[in-house]
Design a protein around this ligand. Structure first.
Ligand SMILES: Cc1cc2nc3c(=O)[nH]c(=O)nc-3n(C[C@H](O)[C@H](O)[C@H](O)COP(=O)(O)OP(=O)(O)OC[C@H]3O[C@@H](n4cnc5c(N)ncnc54)[C@H](O)[C@@H]3O)c2cc1C
Length: 494
């Protein structure tokens, strides 16, 4: 929903209507938070092409909110996880979506924007945030043109160059770029052959854009360059270096640059200002991780921020956001660095690719690496215990008094749920009944986790709104009250 800007106070202001900001806005709206999105683009239209698809966990996250079908209906399911040029087939993974989804980011953003609109979130396009000032009670969000908006919390989902991260003075340490690429959407009357191509400076390719529009070319540059606005001459030079001709390229509708610089923010929060998505992590797009990591940030942060805003949880709950997401993302980032190293030019990189490709053809390495790339092996450190603890809950079929139900259907409203699989009433949310749903169910399983394999069937599971398991019952309620208090605030007074 695009509405005119009102200088009214919102409880949470999200800066950036990219996939992370929109996912977060949806999460907050589901939890009943008054949230507004400020976006500098003039409208919903996204120019240029970035992500080409979603991995398994991203599809599962959308499924947890009941909107996966909207994306599946527009894209093409395909095996997209790759390592060392080998396609890693996840067809045998224990998930309802054992595939990736080929769907351009502009469509992902459009469908998310529709969802957020249905949830009633105002998205103010043409609003560039220039900085902020915070005090004990809230944040003044400054906009170009001298206006400002007051909020209790501000979340910067404003991309890799994040003005909010910079204004907050948060360090962004990591590795400098070793390679830069240009992506151009141009006319190419010279009719190039479509496909991947390994040029002298790195991999790239040429292919069609949608609807018979311009040609999409990706080329590595001679020297790693920075700067957001590359020129047609720079694109031409890189295409000639890679292909020996420029195919007469002209009339660019967009030219952008990306690099394999890999950085992660030292802090994800400064007081009432939080960051998510590319604002806290940038990396090589090889491996296609950015969008799904940003979505995981959003679903991790959304319910926590909502509970703090509502006063049901103390402010400290927000610190678990970085504690969980930073290590999980650091692991994914190291993997993208490995992918970038493998993709390098020269005979030694080629030999390394061949060697790793041999390993990827084996079952165990394939499952291990594919689980990582698919986002299915994330485990938040919630202590020792059952293998489900801290991991994503599988979407199993449940039998309940009200009929059959998928586990993810219980998460559509982004509320926590205790699924009791033992005797009716054996596990009970007790004094948390005002905020944690309880379902008695039977489940035939199979209880199996990607890469890990079969795990013991639990007697009960406490599932957080982000789909991660906060407590596992194994014959008793030991630890349940502590888990409920940790994640969902102190018990309601009797
Ligand atoms: C070539 C390429 C290919 C990729 N392929 C994949 C892939 O296959 N799979 C995958 O998962 N990821 C991929 N990625 C990564 C993915 O595109 C990003 O990780 C993703 O866009 C991050 O989403 P975000 O919402 O965090 O940030 P962004 O998408 O960058 O959104 C940030 C938003 O904030 C707005 N904004 C910025 N500053 C301000 C301001 N001051 N005021 C108001 N608004 C502001 C911007 O206009 C933008 O809309 C690829 C990236 C590239 C470059």
């Amino acid at each position: 929903m695009s509405v005119s800007f009102a200088e009214a106070e919102s409880v949470v202001v999200v800066v950036g209507a990219g996939p992370t900001g929109m996912m977060l806005a949806g999460e907050l709206a589901l939890a009943g938070v008054d949230v507004a999105v400020l976006e500098r683009r003039p409208g919903r239209e996204v120019t240029g092409s970035r992500a080409g698809g979603l991995h398994v966990r991203a599809i599962e996250i959308l499924d947890q909110r009941g909107i996966a079908e909207r994306f599946l209906a527009e894209g093409r399911t395909v095996q997209i996880a790759r390592f060392a040029d080998v396609v890693l087939d996840v067809g045998d993974f224990p998930t309802r979506h054992p595939y990736g989804l080929a769907l351009w980011q502009r469509h992902v953003e459009r469908i998310l924007a529709d969802w957020v609109g249905e949830l009633g979130v105002p998205v103010h396009y043409g609003h560039q945030v220039t900085g902020f000032a915070q005090d004990d009670a809230g944040v003044d969000v400054r906009l170009a043109g001298g206006r400002s908006q007051r909020a209790r919390y501000l979340v910067g989902c404003d991309g890799g160059r994040s003005p909010i991260r910079r204004a907050a003075g948060i360090d962004f340490p990591g590795s400098e770029a070793t390679t830069s690429w240009l992506i151009g959407e141009v006319e190419m009357p010279g009719k190039p052959e479509y496909g991947m191509h390994r040029g002298p400076f790195g991999p790239g390719g040429i292919g069609p854009t949608e609807d018979g529009g311009p040609v999409r070319v990706v080329v590595a540059e001679r020297e790693p360059a920075t700067g957001a606005e590359p020129t047609l001459d720079e694109l031409r030079e890189a295409v000639v270096a890679a292909y020996g001709t420029d195919y007469g390229l002209r009339d660019p509708s967009s030219i952008t640059r990306f690099t394999d610089a890999t950085r992660q923010a030292a802090a994800y929060r400064e007081g009432r200002v939080l960051l998510a998505g590319d604002a806290v992590h940038v990396h090589s797009p090889i491996g296609g991780q950015g969008l799904q990591i940003g979505m995981q940030d959003a679903v991790n942060l959304g319910w926590k921020l909502a509970q703090v805003v509502a006063g049901t949880s103390p402010d400290g709950l927000l610190d678990t956001y970085r504690a969980e997401r930073h290590p999980a993302t650091a692991r994914a980032l190291r993997h993208t660095m490995a992918q970038a190293a493998l993709a390098g030019p020269g005979p030694r990189s080629e030999a390394l690719r061949d060697t790793v490709a041999e390993l990827m053809a084996m079952d165990e390495p394939r499952r291990h690496v594919a689980a990582l790339i698919s986002g299915l092996d994330v485990r938040y450190d919630l202590g020792e215990g059952h293998p489900l603890l801290g991991r994503r809950m599988p979407d199993l079929d449940l039998d309940t008094a009200g009929g059959p139900l998928r586990t993810y259907a219980l998460l559509h409203d982004a509320r926590p749920v205790l699924v009791n699989l033992g005797e009716p009433g054996a596990a009970d949310v007790g004094a948390w009944a005002d905020r944690v749903r309880q379902v008695d169910a039977e489940c035939a399983g199979p209880w199996e986790l990607p890469a890990l394999g079969p795990v013991p069937a639990p007697d009960a599971v406490l599932i957080r709104p982000d789909g991660h398991v906060a407590w596992v019952g194994e014959g008793s309620q030991a630890g349940l009250a502590e888990a409920l208090a940790t994640w969902f605030g102190p018990p309601a007074p009797l």
